[in-house]
Design a binder for this molecule. Structure first.
Ligand code: XMP
Length: 333
């Protein structure tokens, strides 16, 4: 696609002019926006970019390895992977209130990223270290922070907010996706060589599995949830709807598994089990402000349920969430 090639060339030139010979750091989350920003900036300035990937221990199955494989492996970008899972899980111990969990995760995220950024500044790869902070801000984010959001009277859920970070770090901002809508960001990502599955992923909340484990977060719960969720996502990708020719992953806007810290009785072979319960959640929406629960085919639900119960020891019951938004929210916390 020639138009896209021109766009990339233009964006690359702009980044080179803005950055000159200086260095840039970027917080890589594995999400679409930061991934596309990283790929674009890397295309423009190569090793002048250092990505920092903070693993808070609440990511999906193999997420960390996938991000490393993609950016460090295939793109040959400089990526620092910070395993902060002990820190996050430690601070979350005993905390079960959703907003409190979000605040702890958000605060630690900023702390860890800042510490890494300071380290990189100090180490000064050759000279003075990074002077730019790159962010995957896209056009709808720009509009949202320009006041539309403040009209909302009640905050239902506090979202991750890293505003103020560049000032705190004394860094200049680099936001090469600021003028783009989500669709354009995705097209750009594909044109830059990122895999389609990565670029067309469902959104994943900043606090990750921290808000998909109801109540107190424990490593044991996160490990069970990761495996159950991976099965759900795999089968959504496996099942194709005949009418549209699309997979159920592409037919849903967001789909995931929620861990319920309650036990129910089951039977397996000759024995009784007393294990945890998960809920499957899949919604269709155009703006995430309202959403309908997805009418997934029974065959798909059946396959997912039997695979989770057979493959994930510790979970013996699978339920499907048939609540729309409103009054339910998409996430359970
Ligand atoms: P709700 O649950 O409010 O979610 O219907 C609407 C959309 O927002 C996402 N979400 C979050 N994203 N940090 C995020 O980055 C958060 O704390 C958070 N909470 C909800 C949710 O996944 C859905 O896409």
């Amino acid at each position: 696609d020639w138009i896209m090639r021109d766009h990339i060339e233009e964006a690359v030139q702009k980044i080179r002019e803005q950055v000159g010979g200086e260095e840039v750091i970027l917080g890589l989350s594995g999400g679409v926006d930061s991934s596309v920003a990283a790929a674009l900036i890397h295309r423009a300035i190569g090793d002048q970019l250092t990505c920092v990937f903070v693993d808070h221990g609440l990511l999906r199955l193999n997420e960390g390895d996938m991000v490393m494989d993609m950016f460090a492996g295939k793109l040959h970008a400089k990526v620092v992977r910070v395993d902060a899972s002990d820190l996050f899980l430690g601070e979350l111990a005993g905390v079960s209130e959703p907003e409190q969990k979000r605040k702890i995760i958000g605060r630690l995220f900023v702390d860890v990223f800042k510490a890494e950024a300071e380290k990189l500044k100090a180490s000064g790869q050759g000279h003075k270290g990074a002077t730019f902070l790159a962010q995957g801000t896209i056009y709808p984010d720009v509009i949202e922070s320009g006041g539309a959001k403040s009209k909302k009277a009640v905050t239902i859920k506090s979202h991750h907010n890293v505003g103020g970070l560049p000032e705190q770090l004394g860094l200049k901002l680099l936001e090469p996706l600021r003028d783009l809508f989500k669709d354009e960001v995705r097209e750009l990502g594909v044109a830059l060589g990122l895999p389609r599955e990565m670029v067309y992923r469902h959104p994943f909340p900043g606090p990750g599995l921290g808000v998909r484990i109801l109540g107190e977060v424990k490593k044991e719960y996160a490990d069970l949830l990761r495996r159950a969720d991976a099965i759900f996502i795999e089968e959504l990708r496996n099942f194709t709807d005949e009418a549209t020719g699309k997979t159920w992953y592409d037919l849903t806007s967001q789909a995931f598994t929620v861990f319920l810290p309650v036990k129910s009785v089951g039977v397996m072979g000759d024995g009784r089990t007393y294990d945890y319960v998960v809920a499957l959640r899949a919604v269709q929406t155009s703006d995430f402000m309202t959403a309908d629960w997805a009418e997934l085919p029974y065959a798909l639900l059946k396959k997912v349920s039997s695979r989770i119960i057979n493959e994930v020891r510790g979970i013996n019951r699978v339920t499907y969430d048939v609540s729309s938004k409103p009054p339910a929210t998409i996430e359970w916390e």
